[in-house]
Design a protein around this ligand. Structure first.
Ligand code: MN3
Length: 382
């Protein structure tokens, strides 16, 4: 029996993690959760899973919920969930969206709790620091992101020195068939219609700008410890091949399946086993066609910005993340146009943020500073 602590339990990945728990009641116990704005859903999750500790977004939310659990709230509450209870046979599922996911990851590592990570911002902002801490505290970090899960599966039993390159697939997002000119006028609702995957709002926008793929390049760099020139991307419209690994002899391994996040979640929770799952399966007898095309940095400049930010190092990946988080917020609130997102990011990563070996405090500070600087310029947040 594994004790699960799920941050972002009411979100997209969190809900699908709970689906996996429902299918594997003998394997997992939901001991702690954090919930978001939807208190009705929060109450349902609490009633069904009866966790020992619950973290709310705001202090006022606590009185609106009926529970015997220990309650906490806010950013400190997230850290309390990450460090609650016994470490042995426990796992933190970090399914938070955005920079808020970083510090609870650090707390879990220092509590020697293994982590299944869906929050890619953790690695984008502080990959070097996280890797150092994982080593120091001898903690495991398992990827939930479908591309990284695919690469991780392809690397099982392989020598990392035999890898020629990682090939991360991208569906192309909701605007993959639109020209740059057509992107001028696209709306929030159009951007939120992803062709293949059902995901949260922020990541759906990040997919449309391809910033998400840029983050995934950085994520892969920190997860698999390969030089950046060995990490490549390809446009693959069908989202059936979740990513590939090419070896020195030219052999390519891939992981294929339905576009269902529950599969990589299940693998991260059950690693190294592939347990039975009731979801829809890929039926090759239906005559499935696969296509691959070059993913152009001209069409999708945000992808290039990610490589640039990682090469510059230091605080630049954090600046990239903060500028994106602010710009996506502004776009979702109809304050800027879709193409302004990439302009804002470009401008910000070309400012001077030079700093060698930033600490976690430096990273958090710059993240807040860049986020509020950009949002304030367009009327602040509400
Ligand atoms: Mn992904």
């Amino acid at each position: 029996m594994k004790d699960l602590y799920i941050l972002g339990a009411a979100g997209s990945i969190g809900s699908q993690t709970l689906d996996i728990v429902r299918e594997n009641k003998e394997a997992f116990r939901v001991c702690g959760i954090s919930v978001g704005r939807d208190l009705k859903l929060a109450q349902q999750i609490i009633d069904e899973f009866n966790p020992n500790i619950v973290c709310f977004r705001n202090k006022d939310d606590i009185d609106k919920i009926t529970t015997k659990a220990v309650t906490c709230y806010g950013d400190e509450g997230l850290n309390a969930i990450a460090t609650y209870g016994e470490t042995q046979n426990s796992l933190l599922v970090n399914a938070l969206v955005g920079a808020v996911g970083l510090i609870p990851t650090v707390y879990a590592i220092k509590h020697k709790r293994d982590i299944a990570l869906a929050n890619k911002e953790t690695l984008v902002m502080a990959g070097d620091i996280i890797n150092k801490l994982l080593k120091e505290y001898n903690v495991k970090l398992y990827p939930i992101d479908s591309e990284h899960s695919a690469i991780w599966q392809c690397l099982q039993g392989e020598d990392i020195n035999d890898v020629a390159k990682l090939i991360i697939t991208a569906s192309g997002g909701s605007f993959r068939d639109k020209s740059r000119d057509e992107l001028e006028k696209v709306t929030v609702n159009e951007a939120l219609c992803h062709p293949n995957w059902k995901m949260g709002k922020k990541i759906t926008i990040d997919s449309a700008t391809m910033m998400n793929k840029g983050f995934e390049v950085i994520e892969a760099y920190h997860l698999f410890h390969l030089p950046l020139d060995k990490i490549t991307t390809v446009l693959h419209r069908e989202s059936i091949v979740h990513s590939l690994v090419e070896f020195n002899d030219g052999a390519i391994k891939a992981e294929l399946g339905e576009s269902d996040m529950r599969v990589p979640i299940l693998y991260a929770l059950m690693y190294p086993n592939h347990k039975k799952y009731s979801g829809k399966r890929l039926d090759l007898s239906l005559g499935i066609k696969l296509s691959f095309e070059e993913l152009s940095e001209e069409r999708y400049p945000c992808l290039g910005y990610a490589y640039q930010a990682l090469k510059k190092g230091g605080l630049y990946p954090t600046v990239l993340n903060a500028a994106n988080e602010a710009a996506v917020y502004l776009f979702l609130n109809n304050r800027i146009k879709f193409l302004d997102i990439e302009k804002i990011i470009y401008e910000e990563i070309n400012q001077d943020y030079d700093m060698i070996d930033p600490t976690l405090d430096d990273i958090i500070k710059i993240n807040k500073l860049v986020f509020s600087k950009i949002t304030n310029k367009y009327g602040g947040i509400n």
